[in-house]
Design a binder for this molecule. Structure first.
Ligand code: 48F
Length: 265
């Protein structure tokens, strides 16, 4: 008999529950919650954990990679530009093929799982199957501050069951929900006085869109930041198709803003 075969099914249940409770308790209060495990969220997680911040990523689906998983029109390829995006993917061990001046091709699944692996190796906790459905907020001296997120199991949210959620405190929250811009939308709904207008993205203009999404990556209110395609939705910047550079740079930029605001050097 192998050593582990001494454990009955009930013993395994108890070991499982004790361990998972310990893990979940460790994320009750974190430095940064990132909503969405697409390229922007994963890039932000990598930069933040390089500075040793305690980061959790909640992902609604079961897998990582967001919209990139489908490549372009379900054809398994993604494009990557020269500079930091190429450098980061190479650091993660992603195989890149030069297909034009300053332009590389990569496998979408490989790119996403290796970005996720680097984020995890740096200390990021990624939890799939959880939907962030609301925010924790406070008003301090008349100023709205986001203090964390409200979470529920995605199948519960999908089924529209009324099950009360649970809460995670954080010093910063990043809306990296892609085309949903779901967290900024929740804020707009909860606080109509903010008059947050979310127009949606503008039509395709690849190179302009790639620049805009980085330039507009920003803080929405104290404690809440937006990165990746959520930026395009919130600020009506242009869409860009299956290309990774803007997403990776937007994730890096939001991390730099958070580090500055939290006073981390
Ligand atoms: O959509 P997604 O990949 O967003 P991104 O990181 O990258 C956009 C690119 O995929 C692609 C592009 C533009 O040309 O390159 O469009 O900005 O990843 C967003 C992730 O967030 C999850 C969603 O399942 C996806 O994996 N998500 C969305 N809403 C929630 C969420 C939510 N409320 N709670 C948890 N996860």
């Amino acid at each position: 008999m192998r050593s582990y075969e001494v454990y009955s099914e009930g013993d395994l249940f108890k070991l499982f529950i004790n361990e998972v409770m310990e893990r979940l308790a460790s994320i009750a209060k974190v430095d940064v919650v990132i909503v969405g495990a697409g390229p922007a969220g994963l890039s932000a997680a990598i930069s933040l954990t390089e500075k040793k911040l305690h980061v959790v990523v909640f992902e609604r689906m079961l897998g990582v990679g967001g919209g990139i998983r489908g490549g372009g029109m379900l054809l398994p390829l993604v494009l990557v530009e020269e500079g930091y995006p190429r450098q980061l993917l190479e650091e993660c061990g992603v195989k890149l093929k030069k297909i034009g001046e300053g332009l590389y091709a990569a496998d979408p699944t490989e790119s996403m799982v290796k970005l996720a692996a680097k984020a995890i190796d740096n200390g990021t906790i990624i939890i799939p199957g959880i939907t962030v459905e609301d925010l924790i907020t406070r008003i301090d001296d008349g100023k709205l501050i986001v203090k964390g997120v409200v979470i529920n199991w995605s199948p519960i949210v999908e089924a529209k069951w009324h099950v009360d959620p649970l809460m995670i405190e954080s010093r910063a929250v990043v809306d990296a929900t892609g085309h949903d811009a779901g967290i900024v939308r929740v804020l707009a709904k909860r606080y109509p006085n903010l008059r947050l207008n979310i127009p949606g993205m503008a039509s395709m203009n690849v190179w302009l869109g790639e620049k805009e999404v980085v330039a507009k990556t920003s803080k929405i209110v104290e404690g809440l930041y937006v990165a990746g395609m959520s930026v395009a939705e919130v600020y009506n910047t242009h869409r860009m198709g299956p290309i990774l550079g803007g997403m990776i740079l937007s994730g890096k930029r939001v991390a730099e803003q958070i580090l500055r605001d939290l006073g981390v050097t």
